[in-house]
Design a protein around this ligand. Structure first.
Ligand code: FES
Length: 105
């Protein structure tokens, strides 16, 4: 996998997010309360809401527009809602957040 160096882990607030520009639009990188990092395209699978502005709890983010619950790891909407935000692999190496871009489809 081709890992891109994004930033230091401390540059993303716990329960916060950071946006980077991806080749196909913004990508939101989320940090959970236990310092796990996940990345999703910053578009809700419902109507494109900015997931980066949603509320993070556990391993989910609540979309700020209509409150769909999106799994941070898979991007899947929680039932009864159906849809999936595109996700990208992430890791933290020596305190640095790294991301591997994953093509859609
Ligand atoms: S756009 Fe995200 S819940 Fe509607």
């Amino acid at each position: 996998m081709n890992w891109l160096d994004i930033c230091a882990l401390e540059e993303i607030n716990a329960l916060g997010s950071r946006i980077i520009k991806g080749p196909k639009g913004d990508i939101a990188i989320f940090r959970t309360s236990d310092d796990q990092v996940f990345a999703l395209d910053d578009r809700c699978p419902h109507k494109g809401g900015p997931l980066s502005q949603g509320l993070i709890y556990g391993r989910r983010v609540a979309c700020p527009l209509h409150n769909w619950q999106i799994d941070l790891e898979s991007g899947a909407a929680q039932a009864p809602d159906v849809g999936c935000a595109h996700h990208h692999p992430t890791r933290v190496e020596s305190g640095r957040v790294q991301l591997a871009l994953r093509e859609a489809g």
